[in-house]
Design a protein around this ligand. Structure first.
Ligand SMILES: Cc1ncc(COP(=O)(O)O)c(C=O)c1O
Length: 376
């Protein structure tokens, strides 16, 4: 059997990883400013993470959600406390798309309404519900439905016009749009959405799958706007590579037996991984590191005259460069630095582990400076 060929691949085979670096079979060292797509939050193979997952593996790795699993409670309490949502409830699943799927369903159950509002260039995952609110038509099969309206970001009038129709269960928005190329909604727009959602009894869903887990210098990106969401989706950095996702749920949502469910979600091993991530974020002050080094990177990038635009905050940064695609390719092939791409190929997406150091930021900056002077 062959693999189903859906991924364009870099011809690189990492066999080992540590901190902010990955190594291939020949021992070539790569600096990771991509974090395997914002997944590596506390650094590769962090010793505390390895120890906690190994210790859990030796005790019990999995049992179904039909028994008491105390580490789920530990995780929900720690996540609630660290994220500033201590009175919310947590539903655990395995990925970002599943988190979104469950959040959309909860909004619809709660309001008994069918429709979700979403925004242009949004990406919320590739399950059926996720695709309905994802503005990349090529990803959608006929089965996934069509006809979803994507509203312009930052346009409160357009949102209110839809809410007035009376069939809207919820509004879903990324804390910072990732796939779109790191696009942050205006803070007054988020404040306006919160007000409109309250006024029209719609559920406000913040998708923090990519922008969450301390990446932007607050636990969730929407907290920079000073708002609270009704439902928050998390995944990616939550497990530092171990598949886990979650929905943080406002206490007004009533749980009932069988309303949601999953086989693997919240298993012992996944919870141990997520606990380790939260412990390291706390112990190593990674939220502050994301702010300090994010500010540093942005300041230094803005000094490069070929940089057309910088977006994002903390360690979720978009860099628009003329000829950016070539620069990105050269960063990898010549300088051995991974960065992420975006729907606009001239945007570099910087999503490094949150424990990246100034030295490593300087290495990236130097490589970009060299490339823009050669390429452009
Ligand atoms: C904002 C956002 N939501 C949802 C998803 C889907 O997550 P997953 O790939 O874990 O299903 C992604 C993945 O890139 C994402 O960036």
């Amino acid at each position: 059997m062959k693999l189903f060929d859906v991924y364009p691949l870099f011809q690189i085979e990492p066999v080992k990883a540590e901190g902010c670096y990955v190594y291939d079979a020949e021992g070539t060292k790569y600096l990771d400013f991509y974090g395997g797509h914002a997944v590596i939050s506390i650094g590769h193979t962090h010793p505390h993470y390895v120890q906690r997952v190994e210790a859990q593996l030796e005790k019990i790795a999995f049992y179904s959600n039909s028994v008491i699993i105390p580490i789920q409670k530990e995780l929900s309490e720690k996540l609630g406390k660290m994220s500033g949502y201590p009175d919310y409830n947590l539903f655990l699943i395995n990925s970002g798309a599943e988190a979104i799927e469950n959040a959309l369903k909860l909004a619809s159950f709660h309001t008994d309404k069918p429709r979700i509002l979403a925004f242009e260039k949004a990406f919320h995952g590739r399950t059926s519900g996720g695709l309905q609110v994802t503005d990349y038509p090529k990803m959608r099969a006929p089965f996934n439905g069509s006809g979803q309206l994507f509203l312009p970001l930052n346009d409160l009038v357009a949102v209110e016009n839809e809410l007035k129709k009376g069939d809207v269960a919820g509004i879903v928005i990324e804390g910072i749009q990732g796939v779109a190329g790191i696009v942050e909604p205006h803070h007054d727009f988020l404040v306006g959405l919160r007000k409109l959602a309250d006024e029209y009894h719609a559920v406000l869903i913040l998708d923090e799958v990519q922008s969450g887990c301390a990446r932007t210098g607050k636990f969730f990106a929407h907290q920079h706007a000073g708002i609270q969401a009704d439902l928050i989706t998390v995944a990616k950095g939550m497990g530092n590579g171990f598949p886990i996702g979650g929905v943080l749920i406002h206490p007004k949502f009533k749980a009932s037996s069988g309303l949601l469910g999953t086989t693997f979600g919240g298993n012992h091993l996944a919870c141990a991984a997520a606990m380790a991530v939260l412990e390291v974020i706390e112990q190593e002050n990674l939220m502050a590191n994301a702010t300090i080094l994010g500010d540093y990177l942005i300041k230094k990038l803005l000094e490069i005259k070929q940089v057309k635009k910088i977006t994002g905050r903390g360690l979720m940064i978009g860099v628009l460069l003329e000829g950016g695609k070539q620069v990105r390719d050269n960063l990898l092939s010549k300088h051995k630095i991974f960065t992420g791409g975006a729907s606009n190929p001239d945007i570099l997406r910087l999503l490094p582990p949150l424990n990246i150091t100034k030295l490593e930021c300087d290495m990236l900056l130097e490589a970009i400076r060299e490339e823009v002077s050669v390429t452009l």
